[in-house]
Write a protein that binds this ligand. Structure first.
Ligand SMILES: Nc1ncnc2c1ncn2[C@@H]1O[C@H](COP(=O)(O)OP(=O)(O)OP(=O)(O)O)[C@@H](O)[C@H]1O
Ligand SMILES: [Mg+2]
Length: 418
């Protein structure tokens, strides 16, 4: 059920050998960067290596004709075998370790397929999410605390071993939609240089299925369950029981699954969560993701619009002080949509912040903004270009009125058509 680490290391090692290019026949595939071309050993291709004066041959053989499973075969001359086999295997381990530690290994994102669909339940693609802690708009102190927490976790192997505990750390990320929880998981993966296993609970068929899935994950990975609260609320009779999820969270099978793993659970709110689910020990660190505030807005403006400061920032700050709230995702989208004109982008954020609070949804906010842009410029740029909150409110009540009239006209004409 677990990945064959020796096979994995030999594969890493062989693919790093220059002689892979000498083969008469090989496979060319796209690497994790689109412009990279990677040579991939073909079944039955032989590759030559030399070590301590001996020549060795490797080939990649299909184990059984009807299965997608391969094994590497190593050929060594009898006379060399006793002399070099062990040092050679140690050499392979050392090279593979170095490649992994230097970050030459490309990260992968694993997703669980439906049961019975494949030999291994995890399907993977290159993990290329560009999020980093630097691109995350969140409180600086908190960000630094998390970074040092993760750094000390990475160095704590002996400490966990001494305590008799699995070497893992669990995080609960909770907060409204669009505040950066998923992006944060990606940033963690890039920071730790860990693969990501994204568990889709709706594809799990029972508690034991969930255990097996955990057993198939590898070390140096983040195992993430997104929107756990929504799953527990939505499923009236879920295939996975609460205790199944709890033991999964504990990594109870720590004999195999306790090595260097980070587990992350995301929720919109932890209020309704069963306290047992998020008790200390089960979840080590709770991180709150609040809606965007002025400081986060400035970080977003800097990364999305390249703006360190702007004359409209004071207005934005004032509106935030009055209690307006939008998610980072909503503000980010408005900035992307108007990225060619920073002033316009900020004005559109101001507009959206001012009319927020009545539960409008994101798609509507953008639609509304694009529609009102034509009048927006005039209304906001009249006079000295710094309308007061009162002016803007007047403008938006005008806008709402106009929209209401339009809706009325539309329904009138619909009634007319009927
Ligand atoms: N704190 C943040 N800093 C920078 N960008 C952010 C932040 N929060 C959200 N974003 C942007 O908004 C988009 C959506 O964010 P993300 O998917 O991480 O939200 P989420 O909290 O996981 O939402 P959900 O609860 O709906 O899954 C991302 O593309 C990201 O670029
Ligand atoms: Mg998310």
């Amino acid at each position: 059920m677990q990945r064959n680490q020796l096979y994995h290391r030999v594969s890493l090692y062989l693919h790093s050998l220059p002689s892979i290019q000498d083969a008469d026949y090989t496979n060319l595939i796209t690497g994790s960067n689109q412009n990279d071309i990677v040579l991939r050993l073909d079944p039955n291709q032989t590759i030559q290596d030399t070590f301590l004066g001996a020549t060795l041959f490797w080939f990649n053989q299909k184990t059984q004709p009807d299965r997608i499973s391969y094994s590497f075969v190593l050929k060594i001359r009898k006379n060399d075998k006793r002399r070099i086999l062990h040092p050679y295997l140690r050499h392979i381990h050392a090279v593979a370790d170095e490649m992994e530690n230097k970050g030459k290994r490309h990260l992968r994102l694993y997703m669980n397929a439906a049961a019975g669909a494949a030999q291994t339940r995890w399907r993977s693609v290159p993990f290329t999410h560009p999020a980093t802690f630097e691109t995350m708009a969140m409180e600086k102190d908190l960000k630094n605390k998390i970074k040092s927490d993760l750094e000390s976790f990475l160095k704590a192997r002996q400490y966990y071993r001494k305590l008799g505990r699995a070497w893992k750390r669990s995080f609960l990320l909770y907060g409204p939609s669009g505040t950066g929880k998923s992006s944060f998981v990606a940033a963690m993966a890039n920071f730790l240089h860990y693969d990501v296993y994204d568990v889709d609970l709706s594809r799990i068929h029972g508690d034991s299925d969930l255990k097996f899935l955990l057993m198939e994950t590898t070390a140096k990975s983040i195992v993430v369950v997104e929107n756990l609260d929504r799953f527990l609320e939505a499923e009236s009779s879920p295939a996975v029981s609460a205790t199944g999820i709890q033991s999964f969270m504990d990594g109870i099978l720590s004999a195999c699954c306790g090595e260097e793993r980070v587990m992350v659970f995301t929720m919109n709110s932890k209020e309704s969560a069963d306290p047992r689910l998020i008790r200390p020990g089960r979840v080590d660190v709770h991180i709150h993701f609040p809606v965007c505030d002025f400081s986060a807005f400035k970080t977003l403006a800097s990364s999305y619009l390249g703006l360190k400061d702007h004359k409209l920032f004071a207005r934005v700050e004032e509106i935030f002080r009055l209690g307006a709230s939008l998610s980072h995702a909503e503000i980010g989208e408005l900035m992307i949509a108007n990225r060619n004109s920073p002033s316009r982008a900020i004005k559109s954020v101001i507009g959206a912040l001012q009319t927020d609070g009545d539960g409008r949804r994101f798609g509507y906010a953008i639609g509304r903004q694009i529609e009102c842009d034509d009048v927006d410029e005039r209304a906001l740029c009249d006079g000295d270009g710094f309308p007061t909150v009162k002016d803007s409110r007047k403008f938006y009540s005008f806008f709402k009125l106009r929209n209401a009239r339009r809706t009325q006209q539309k329904s009138d004409s619909l009634a007319h058509e009927r």
